[in-house]
Each structure stands twice: as C-alpha cells, then as structure tokens.
Design a protein around this ligand. Sequence first.
Ligand code: SF4
Length: 387
Amino acid sequence: MYEQCPLKYKLCYRDKIKRDVEGVEAFLGTRVHDTLKKCYNDVRLTKVNALDELLSYYDNIWQQNWHNSIIITKKDLTQGHYKALGEKMLETYYKRYAPFDSDITISTEMRVTFSLDDDRYRLMGYIDRLSRAGGDVYQIHDYKTSAYLPSQQDADSDRQLGLYHVGIQKKWPDITHIRLVWHYLAFGEELVSSRSEEAISKLLEDTIRTIDEIEVTDEFNPRESGLCDWCKYPDLCPLRKHFIKVEALPLNEYINEPGVVLVNKYAQLKEEASEINEEIDKVKEAILDYARREGVEVIKGSDRKVRVKFDEKLRFTGKTEDERKQLDDAIKQAGKWMEVSQLDTTLLTRVIENSLWSEELINQVLKYGRIEETSAIYLSKLKDEEK
Ligand code: SF4
C-alpha cells in the first residue's frame, strides 16, 4: 500500500483511521475465498461437494454478509453482476480441479508469522491454501479474483508469495521444494513460479529496505492511480476531497461554491487568452508581411505605432539535435569549453533530488542552494467518471 500511495498507507496504518466502506470487488473476493476454503476443508474430511452445494453455500454467505456500505464504482454494474461473476469463477475452478485430489491440503487460510532476519522485521500473512503434491513438493496457493492477468515475469517477481515461501521454510526448515501457484479465477488460469536461494536473499534485502524507508519517512504524499476509485479516504486526500465536498452539494450551491467559481473563471479566461494569443500571432504575421511589402520599418496606427525589425541571427543545433554532440566535442577538443559553458541548475537539482552524487559532495553543493516554495496550476478536462 505504501508503494501504491504513501498517503493511503499513512491514513490506514499510521493514523489507523477505520472505515466501514468496502469495494464490491473485495467483498466478492472474500466470498469466493470462503467458498474455496469450505471446499478444501470438506475434502480433507473426505467430503467432495457437488458444484450446486458449493454455489448454494456461496449464495448464502453472499446474502448474509452483504451490507449497505459496499461500494460499486462501475455505474453500469449491479450487485447481481458481481455475484454472478463469483459463481462463474467457482464453476470454472470446480470444472478444472474437481474432485480436488491432485494434492493433499495441509491447511487453508493458514496464518504464517515469521521474521525476515532478526526479530526487528516480523511479518504476518495468510496463505489461502498450503498443499503437498507428489513427492516432497509443497505448494503455496493463492486465489486471485482480479480482472487483471499478470505476466509470468510479474509472478516470478511477486513479493507476497515469495515472502510466504520464506515463512514456510522458517516454519519447516526441511521443506526444500516449494511451488508458488496463483489461480486467476476470472480467467481459469494458473500461474506457477518458484524462488531460488538467490531470489529469496534479494527479496529479503529489498523488503527490509522498504520497511526501513517506511519507518523513517515523514513524507506521505498522495499518489494518484487507477486504484483511487477504491480508496477509502477520498475525503482526506488533497487530490480528491474537493470532489467529495462539491458532489454532495445540490446543483445551485455547487455552481456557487468558491472553488468551483474560481476554476470556472480561470478556465474561461485561459480559453479567451488562448483565442486572443492566436489572433495576436495572426496579426503579427500580417504586420511583418505588410512591412516587407511596403518596405517600411515603422507603421503608424491611430494612437500607437509599431516598429518592425528584420535581422539575421546565428543559430546552433539544439540540445536534442543530432549534430549537437559533434559541436560539443569540437569545442571541448579545442580546450574552449569553459569559456562558453555554464552550470545547468535544473540538471543539478535533479542530481541532488535523486541522490546521484556522494553525500559529501551533495552537502557541499547544498550550501549554495535554498528551498523556495513554488506553485503551479494545471488546467485539464474532467474525465467522464469525474463529471
Ligand atoms: S484517493 Fe488516491 S491519491 Fe488519494 S489517498 Fe486515496 S489512493 Fe492515495
């Protein structure tokens, strides 16, 4: 969550702000997980449910748990569509794996707690299902109900199941062969991966670095993405809270809300300015034509005059043009570079912000810099879903 949006992470895990709202996708995921848990728990007790029995169980837990704070963000979809989607996922899974005897289930919704190195980095997670397949191969299964099918490369670098791998090996050090299996239920697809010792060491290193970063940071900036539609904190987010505020207003109050008034005025003026600038360019062009045609350099108006200046200027290839490097090299080779070059402070700022130089040099350079507040306004059209 920190990587997705630092602000959301802070509100959820540092400030511990609880919200009842739940996205319908998460609700659907929990019901499908619960149904598969029942399926495998019953198999462990020698009972293989018929598909109808599982679907009826799913239907019951759906009805029992549905509540009024569930959000459906896609306006053209209803509860019924999502419920049917879950049924379809279960049916596809059932047809592929029944009678569920290709492996032996060791545990479902298994809680794993473990440390990454010493006790400073303790983690907890829930493995959807742990099983033993042929031989001494253990499988960590994860059910995914998302509408996105990741690539094999994504699976090979997935952190969640990689960490479960660590958890299982710490719990049972004798287990050496572990397969990671993702079931992408919406697609009836299985993705399989495994982790080498080297990959595990790198995962531990990266995860510890991320935890350290989260623990020391004071910056929790919002990071906008497609996941914002499912965020529980839009009313506390500077990127979204004005939307929430004004959407709750009746139309007559909405159009008089000071923020709405200012944006509308700004948009109108920008549009007028752009039309005027276009017209100015056209008139400028016409003035130059006129001056050339008439052989004049000063043109008289009613109470103003215009002076026209035609000149020639030496121009060199731009930074991005092909020949620029050859030009730079020629000047450098002649030993004249310092006479015509100067510090690019924009580039210097980027180097400092990304810590590309040694700490010592950065600190030395920073003596000559100062922090100034800057501001910018970007005007853009509302997306359809934001209207
Ligand atoms: S709405 Fe988006 S940017 Fe704002 S806190 Fe939530 S996830 Fe982050």
